[in-house]
Structures are given as structure tokens and as C-alpha cells.
Design a protein around this ligand. Structure first.
Ligand SMILES: [Zn+2]
Length: 250
């Protein structure tokens, strides 16, 4: 594949990460030639989109169907008070284009369903989960398994967060370790609240896993579920296993 080279302006923009040991212009060029999709532009999606855009992923597809609400602003720092009432995809695109004019943003204002998930992740190298419900997550998980696209899962509530990296047909998929959950039985951020700090921790870990994969390095959360608790600052890694009879990846 012919990779598009970095311009002098891009080399200046990304200078502090190009300088990092083990990164260099080679990794930066790989990012420039990568396509990532962020499903959801809420708590997790806001810092993930900001970091991936600023780090120079050449093509970002961002998906959400909500408008900005005043209750979002304490944690969704991609938006300002002036964005309240605007579609998140519009407000996010405007902000991300100002942050990094050297990348392409493709906003899609839609709700993710089992019917459209396949099309939404088509031609993408990696998908980052920033959803807040299981039903659309299952739809994206299946689409990623079917199209062999890595899927970086994350979830947060109160002061607790989890994350894992799903590599189709190598690691367990979402259905293998967290299948069959009914959203109506889950506690929500609206009823339980959520601490912005845990969101930023989990989002940063998802971003780091994404960058590792796109630059050809080994992800650290493949086959491992990270559990991070901000109340006592503990972090655990729980081994998860692929189910042979999984209805999605088995
Ligand atoms: Zn599975």
C-alpha cells in the first residue's frame, strides 16, 4: 500500500509524539493513513475523539444521534454552553476541525442499530466503543467480528470503569464475556451519575490501545478486561475467555 507522506506542517504539529522513543515519523505516517470510527460522542467519545484527532488519525468517522444537553457539559468537554441543543456530530466536527485541520472528519448523525451497523463500520481500520448502552454495542461488535475490525470496548459508571480490546477471532468478543444484557436492567449514568476523571482514564486507555494497534504494536488489553476503581485507585486485570459456542464469533 502506498502511504501518504507527512507534510512539513504535520511534522511540526506532531513533533512531540514523533520524538517519542519507538514512535517516530513511521508511526505518525501510519496514523495519517489510518481510518478510525468512534461510536458515540458522549462521555467517552468526547475525550477519545479529541485525542485521536489531535494525535493525527487521518480519517475519523464520528457517530452519534443526540443533541448536546446542559447535563453533558461537566464531562463532555468537546462541547461548550453555546452548543446546547445542537447535534453532537455538528458541534464535535466544528471543534475537531479547528483542533486539527490536517485530518478528515466524517460525521454521521444516526442511531446505531443491527440494521445499519455493518455499513457504519465499513472500510474502517479500527472501531472505538464510546456507547452508553448494550444493544448498539452488540450490533457494532457483530459488525466488527464479521468484517474483522478490532473493537476497543470501554464503559464507565459512577467512579468505576472497564475496558478491553477485542481482536476478532483471536480474543473473546463482547458477546463472549458480556452477552445477553438487557439495557432496561442496567443502571444508567442518568440515575447513578459519573465522575469525569474515570471517563478520561478509560478513554485514554482506549486511545492508547487504538494507537498501538494502528502503529503495529501489541495491544495490552487483548483477552483481558481492565477494571479501574477511582474510589480507592485500584486497577485489576481479569482474564476473559472466548466461548466456543458464541453465537457471534464461535
Ligand atoms: Zn464471541
Amino acid at each position: 500500500m502506498n502511504l501518504q507522506a507527512l507534510t512539513e506542517e504535520e511534522k511540526a504539529y506532531y513533533a512531540r509524539q514523533i520524538t517519542m522513543k519507538g514512535f517516530g515519523e513511521e508511526s505518525q505516517t501510519q496514523l495519517k493513513n489510518s481510518k478510525a470510527c468512534i461510536t458515540g460522542l458522549g462521555g467517552l467519545g468526547s475525550p477519545i475523539a479529541t485525542q485521536l484527532a489531535a494525535m493525527g488519525i487521518g480519517y475519523l468517522r464520528i457517530i452519534d444521534h443526540d443533541t448536546v444537553d446542559i447535563t453533558n457539559l461537566h464531562r463532555q468537554h468537546l462541547y461548550s454552553i453555546d452548543s446546547v441543543g445542537e447535534p453532537k456530530t455538528d458541534a464535535a466536527t466544528e471543534r475537531l476541525r479547528k483542533l486539527n485541520p490536517y485530518i478528515k472528519i466524517e460525521p454521521i448523525n444516526t442511531e446505531i442499530t443491527t440494521e445499519n451497523a455493518d455499513k457504519l463500520v465499513k472500510d474502517i481500520d479500527i472501531v472505538v466503543d464510546a456507547l452508553d448502552a448494550m444493544a448498539p454495542r452488540y450490533a457494532v461488535n457483530k459488525a466488527c467480528v464479521d468484517q474483522n475490525i478490532p473493537f476497543i470496548h470501554g464503559g464507565v459508571i459512577r467512579e468505576i470503569g472497564t475496558a478491553t480490546t477485542i481482536i476478532p477471532h483471536k480474543t473473546p468478543c463482547l458477546e463472549c464475556f458480556k452477552g445477553g444484557i438487557d439495557d432496561s436492567k442496567l443502571p444508567s449514568n442518568a440515575s447513578q451519575g459519573v465522575h469525569p476523571s474515570i471517563i478520561n482514564i478509560i478513554a485514554s486507555i482506549q486511545t492508547s490501545e487504538t494507537i498501538k494497534i494502528l502503529t503495529g504494536k501489541q495491544p495490552l488489553l487483548a483477552g483481558k478486561l481492565l477494571f479501574f476503581d477511582l474510589t480507592d485507585l485500584t486497577m485489576e486485570f481479569i482474564g476473559i475467555t472466548k466461548q466456543d459456542n458464541c453465537r457471534i464469533c464461535g
